[in-house]
Design a protein around this ligand. Structure first.
Ligand code: UT7
Length: 315
């Protein structure tokens, strides 16, 4: 039985920062309210950068850390809800820009904020059928394109950015345990697509999503640890979707996880949908909080309503 481990991570963030103060000039809100309710102080916003450029830079950084070449990539997945093009996929554009082989399986994946973990799971499954041993998962989002800057219930949360991981598939590694799910929900968190008769902006029932997250994330962690035969003490770092500090505090309390084991960076980047978990993982690795041989439990939730957890090990 073979599995994947993380070989390299990377991220790319647009230059412009939007602070809570900036937003308080656009909608009726304040830095105090936003920080107290979410833990967010600022987020990034694309001005010149495209979603594909962010993806490309994050992918290059992850390949460099992994010491891998685009020619080694068997599967390239781009979890995103804000691609530059409906077609071609961002993954196909990366194939060309990075020079990945024609038989690299490249496609975009739509699982909203759970996308990074859906990507890890899918890459592991598909690499079993590839003659190349590396997979590339690149989460890239320009949420500012689908954010309604007159809605104070959503515009304070979201930011732009990209995070990537290179995974290595080998028979030396045990299969990465993962737990995925969805509720088939269309109302709590959605953005209409083509011809729905309304602008394609995000709508969210904040309280419903909050409740969903504080129930589902602990269940997902328990299921994952049970599957792996581990306890929270065996995990070196918990890397969650960076939606809201208060959600993560509830999860830590419910599960008895100490704060120093939970990586949080929503203060600087806000919620970057699929890219949040990938950027947080890269941040934790580069800050020295995760080293080769250590285990990270990644868990995310979002539109769908989807949830996903994976217990990843660093190669
Ligand atoms: O990746 C997708 C996952 N998404 C999430 O995880 C989002 C989860 N939900 C949340 O993070 C929170 O629900 C929010 C931060 C969005 C909202 O916080 P809340 O504590 O649930 O506030 P609320 O919606 O219950 O609203 C409380 C009050 C309301 O005023 P009234 O009706 O009590 O007078 C809102 O109108 O706060 C008001 N409010 C605001 N006030 C100042 C809502 N947004 C703002 C704001 N600034 N930005």
């Amino acid at each position: 039985m073979s599995g994947i481990r993380i070989r390299g991570t990377g991220c790319s963030l647009p230059r412009q920062t939007v602070t809570n103060q900036d937003l308080s000039r656009m909608v009726e809100t304040s830095d105090e309210w936003i920080y107290a309710r979410t833990g967010i102080r600022e987020r990034r916003r694309c001005v010149e950068e495209s979603q594909c450029e962010l993806a490309l830079n994050a992918a290059r950084a992850a390949l460099e850390m992994a010491g891998a070449s685009p020619a080694d990539i068997g599967v390239c997945l781009v979890p995103t809800i804000t691609p530059d093009y409906i077609t071609p996929s961002t993954a196909c554009m990366l194939q060309k820009e990075l020079g990945m082989p024609e038989d690299t399986v490249c496609f975009d994946l739509s699982a909203a904020c759970s996308g990074f973990v859906f990507g890890l799971h899918t890459a592991q499954a598909l690499l079993a059928y590839s003659r190349r041993k590396y997979g590339l998962i690149v989460c890239s989002e320009v949420l500012s394109r689908i954010t309604d800057y007159t809605d104070r219930g959503t515009c304070i949360l979201f930011g732009d950015g990209a995070g990537a991981a290179v995974v290595e598939y080998s028979d030396r590694y045990a299969p990465m345990p993962s737990v995925l799910g969805a509720r088939g929900d269309r109302e709590s968190l959605y953005a209409p697509g083509i011809d729905r008769g309304e602008p394609p902006v995000l709508h969210m029932g904040g309280t419903q999503v909050f409740k969903f997250a504080v129930e589902t994330v602990p269940e997902c962690i328990r299921a994952l640890l049970d599957r792996a035969g581990l306890t929270p003490e065996d995990v070196d770092q918990f890397v969650f979707h960076q939606a809201n500090r208060r959600i993560l505090e509830r999860v830590m309390k419910k599960m008895g996880i100490p704060e120093e084991k939970v990586w949080m960076n929503m203060e600087h980047y806000g919620n970057v949908s699929s890219a949040s978990t990938a950027i947080a993982l890269d941040d934790a690795v580069r800050a020295g909080r995760l080293a080769p041989g250590q285990k990270a439990l990644c868990c995310a939730f979002g539109g769908g309503l989807t949830w996903a957890g994976a217990l990843v090990e660093l190669a």
